[in-house]
Design a binder for this molecule. Sequence first.
Ligand code: CAA
Length: 390
Amino acid sequence: MKIGIDKIGFYTPHMYVDIKELAIARNVEPEKFTIGIGQEKMAVPPITQDSVSLAANAALEILTDEDKKTIDYVIFATESGIDHSKAASIYIHELLDLNSSARSIEVKQACYGATAGIQIAKGHIALNPESKVLILGSDIARYGLHTTGEVTQGAGAVAILVSKDPKIMTIESPSAYQTEQVMDFWRPIYSDTAYVQGKLSVDQYLSFFQSVWKEHKEKTGFELKDFESIFFHLPYTKMGLKALRTVIDEGTEADKDRLLANFEISKRYNTIVGNIYTGALYLSLISLLELNDTIEPGARIGLFSYGSGAVGEFFSGILQPNYRDALFADQHEKLLADRKEISVAKYEEVFQDTLPVGIDNIALPIDEDPATICFSGIKDHMRQYVNKNK
Ligand code: CAA
């Protein structure tokens, strides 16, 4: 049975800061951020967007009423969780009127979580071929003002519908995966910003990529020539390029040209959104699928997922006939075009506009947020969400 991605969409908040302006404000040469890090714009979430509302907005655009009836498993991947106990996916059930005959869970392993969700979904559909599984990867990347990680912040969510006979991409087996205990990046439960050992995280990412790439080659016999494109988890776009460069000499000149050209297209959305942690790999996939005009159905693509801490996985997929017809390119173009630039001073103000820990009641200014679904406040310690279409 063919199992894979049937639909895929994303959402990012309505505000961004220009990376060159951030560089100037931080007394850094702009080329360090635009070339050395590889970013152009960084999404800035208002207080009315959290991981739940971002994910709900991403799912809203891709699901039909028929999908909502058929989904029997919702897997919410995040490292920006809002509750130690309750799964964020349950709020999505209510906001989008999903069928209640469903499992609904939250998974966590840094930026690897959504990939874990996809592999769980694959197993579930193998046992229940009529099922559809909704995977949500949603995060707000926060390191803090004036930190070296600041330029690699961002916010957004991906929504992925996995089913049999998928319209976009089948997921192949086997994949290659690896786990090691390493403190390269983590977020203790008392902190709303990440702790990171930046250089160590970059080294670990590259080392994991090389290990799982080698293991995948041994398991499958696939080489660079077999891949039309290779996608990477993109905490910042230069990171994926660094990884690609570690293996690119294994191929011919034609392989190099193809993979580097497709990498350029696959990083486009990430360049103007920033790091969205667990959704970042899939934002890159959406970018290439929607922006390329040469990749034919039947092409094999490779995906490298990395979650600090750390788990890495390399797997592959095959693009399906008419995959372009199943994309949401026009909606995404509009979403990105409708965003507004804010100054660095405004970004700093928004960044520091956080809820006091333990606050029991508050109403938030959802009228200032054009998103359909917003985090509207807290009542008696219960988070409140609004779907303005309901
Ligand atoms: N023009 C062009 N390039 C310039 C430049 C200039 N004027 N000045 C500097 N550069 C280049 C540097 O040469 C360097 O390039 P290389 O990496 O190719 O050597 C690049 O800009 C960055 O410079 P630094 O290494 O000096 O940057 P930094 O010390 O300020 O920190 C960072 C960079 C470690 C990525 C930091 O932003 C960080 O900690 N980010 C968060 C952690 C992260 O994203 N890690 C990635 C792997 S972990 C992961 O993937 C999981 C996740 O999502 C967090």
